[in-house]
Design a protein around this ligand. Structure first.
Ligand code: HEC
Length: 209
């Protein structure tokens, strides 16, 4: 079922991507060869598909591990677990796929996840789309060093509220105290279901020339 869902999502993404390519073609059909050459020389669709699969795998891994930790030690154990392991998990999944996986945000919990200039631009784009009630689509871009990045929105689900909702309301007092102790500069609270929490940045380490 999940596999089916994933395939459907990827197919949907591909379909919408194909539509936009068609439109582009129509627009550029009268353009010169020089303009045609400026088109990106890499396969956007393939990167989008790979990126989506890696982001889903990472999310699923987190979910499975967190469910196990939570069963044994409840929310406090999960906060400890995230504090000690969040980056280790993204790093090890990244290594397996030859990518660098980062989660970043406009409202950070861990200052080490600070966005770079490209990530900031993507976040601002998504915040704008969210304000205008437009869908937030994954984005594939090449950075100034020639690396391809896959960006996708991370949205708040009900399960996130116990650590990213409103302190004292959705976040129990003892949990908020723990979070503040570990992350004195925490800004990642006050979210509602459906809000943009941050983004995935998946950097493909094999350069395309
Ligand atoms: C048990 C508490 C807990 C829950 C539940 C939780 N988070 Fe977090 N979240 C944390 C902690 C702790 C960190 C900091 C991890 C680190 O040190 O890198 C964090 C960091 C993040 C970050 C990285 C950016 C930053 O601010 O440092 C994102 C994105 C994020 N969480 C999204 C989510 C989403 C989406 C959900 C729900 C699916 C969720 N979280 C559920 C505790 C939680």
């Amino acid at each position: 079922m999940n596999k089916f869902l994933l395939v459907s999502v990827v197919l949907l993404g591909l379909m919408s991507c194909q539509n936009s390519t068609k439109n582009n073609k129509q627009v550029t059909s009268n353009t010169t060869q020089e303009q045609q050459d400026k088109k990106p020389a890499f396969d956007h669709k393939a990167y989008k598909m790979k990126g989506m699969i890696i982001a889903k795998t990472t999310f699923k891994t987190f979910k499975t591990k967190i469910a196990k930790v939570s069963e044994n030690g409840g929310l406090p154990a999960v906060v400890d677990f995230c504090h000690d392991n969040a980056m280790k998990i993204t790093d090890s999944i990244g290594q397996a796929h030859h990518v660098k996986i980062k989660r970043t945000s406009h409202k950070l919990r861990n200052p080490a996840n600070k966005p770079d200039i490209d990530e900031e631009a993507v976040i601002n784009e998504y915040l704008k789309s969210q304000q205008e009630h437009k869908p937030l689509e994954p984005i594939v871009l090449k950075d100034s060093e020639g690396y391809v990045h896959f960006y996708a929105p991370i949205k708040i689900k009900p399960a996130c509220l116990s650590c990213h909702g409103t302190p004292g309301k959705e976040i129990p007092e003892n949990i908020y105290k723990m979070i503040k102790e570990k992350y004195p500069q925490d800004q990642a609270t006050g979210f509602k279901v459906g809000d943009l929490r941050g983004i995935w940045d998946i950097k493909f380490l094999d350069k395309q020339s």
